[in-house]
Write a protein that binds this ligand. Structure first.
Ligand code: GUN
Ligand code: ZN
Length: 379
């Protein structure tokens, strides 16, 4: 396979697991490289909630995700640009991927009107009327200076009818062309295209074909993990990943539960992101080697063992379940910090083990070992 090195961001294939077909690779960006398959912690508002960038880095993260939509509304991309770009603004010198705002306009705004030119919607903070277009989304991401910018897409409801999804896919392809056209910094930033098409195989195919012909440096699969049954998501992945070029990175958007991460990797996905580990941590739910733990539960009141005996994170090395439970019961912010530390560490460690297993051609064995303990019905 030939590596495509002429872009700011490029994928280097290391090996394919002989037992499972999963991919091991390295994605190179202007702010360093990261090994794939990778889980990207989410820092929506230029911060991974409750964590310092140094802590996120120390957990082994080399790339985080942030959001065009939120930073555009607050503090505004011009302020971030004046600060020297997002890396400098938030003091994170690893890689950054920014989502385009396409998804957030759909998930956060109660009013929106989609036109060929772009999307009219209401600011979810102030109610003010706003407009986002492919050009505007690229312009903002150019100002933020993220390494990987996402194309401006429509993420339609999975249950829309065929005709709607067909028109939406066609519009997303036209928007993708406009994104490439509007991109000002191809030497220092790369755009990934986003395949849409809901549950329709032929529309997914059309979307993949359109985007592949535009020769993006990487491809995301969007419109999934939006409430559809998991077997539907896996079916779409099986159909789409073989259509994407093997020498470019593939990113499944919005996925972060252990079972879906394994299933995505087994279907050829390299990159994932999700608010799940950080969001559930803040209400006291932790993912440990034996499944999920709701730490406020009374049964942990006098449990003086670590949250996860198999974990080497700062939380598990230094604190007990009883202490964590107390912090959550007393509404102390340190509890959220400790639980977030553990959950991010847990997923990053799991992905590290997945990469090791691919290296050793035993990913299916590792999956079995993992779920024997974790339990398949706990997600
Ligand atoms: N995040 C999760 N799904 C999607 C999607 O389909 N499009 C975009 N832009 N972001 C997402
Ligand atoms: Zn831990």
């Amino acid at each position: 396979m030939r590596d495509v090195k002429e872009n700011a961001v490029w994928y280097e294939h290391i090996k394919t697991c002989k037992q499972s077909g999963a991919r091991l690779g390295i994605v190179h960006t202007p702010h360093g490289s990261f090994e794939t398959p990778v889980f990207m912690p989410v820092g929506t508002q230029a911060t991974v909630k409750t964590m310092s960038p140094e802590e996120v880095k120390a957990m082994g993260a080399d790339i985080i995700l942030s959001n065009t939509y939120h930073l555009w509304l607050r503090p505004g991309e011009k302020i971030v640009e004046k600060a020297g770009g997002l890396h400098k603004f938030m003091n994170w010198n690893g890689s950054i991927l920014t989502d385009s705002g396409g998804f957030q306009v759909f998930s956060l705004s109660d009013f929106r009107k989609i036109e060929e030119e772009g999307v009219h919607f209401k600011n979810h903070l102030s109610g003010e009327k706003l407009f986002l277009s492919p050009e505007k989304a690229m312009h903002i991401q150019n100002s933020l200076g993220s390494d990987i910018m996402m194309a401006f897409d429509e993420c339609p409801d999975f249950n829309h009818d065929y005709k709607y999804i067909r028109q939406s896919v066609e519009r997303t392809s036209r928007w993708a062309e406009r994104c490439l056209e509007a991109h000002k910094n191809p030497k220092t930033q790369s755009i990934f295209g986003i395949v849409q098409g809901a549950g329709y195989n032929d529309l997914r195919e059309q979307s993949a074909k359109d985007l592949v012909s535009m020769d993006f440096p990487g491809y995301a699969i969007g419109g999934l993990s939006v409430g559809e049954p998991k077997h539907e998501m896996y079916r779409v992945l099986e159909h789409v990943t073989p259509l994407l070029p093997a020498n470019k990175a593939r990113y499944l958007m919005g996925v972060g539960s252990p079972d879906a991460l394994f299933e995505g990797v087994l279907r050829g996905i390299d990159m994932f992101d999700c608010v799940l580990p950080t969001r559930i941590a803040r209400n006291g739910t932790c993912m440990i080697s034996e499944g999920r733990v709701v730490i406020k539960n009374a049964k942990y009141a006098e449990d003086f063992g670590p949250l996860d005996p198999e974990c080497s994170c700062y939380c598990c090395k230094n604190y007990t379940r009883a202490y964590l439970r107390h912090l959550f019961k007393a509404d102390e912010v340190f509890g959220a910090r400790l639980a977030t530390t553990h959950n991010i560490h847990f997923l990053i460690d799991m992905m590290k083990n997945i990469r090791q297993a691919i290296m050793e051609d035993r990913l299916l064995d590792y999956k079995e070992e993992f779920f024997e303990k974790y339990g398949l019905n706990k997600e």
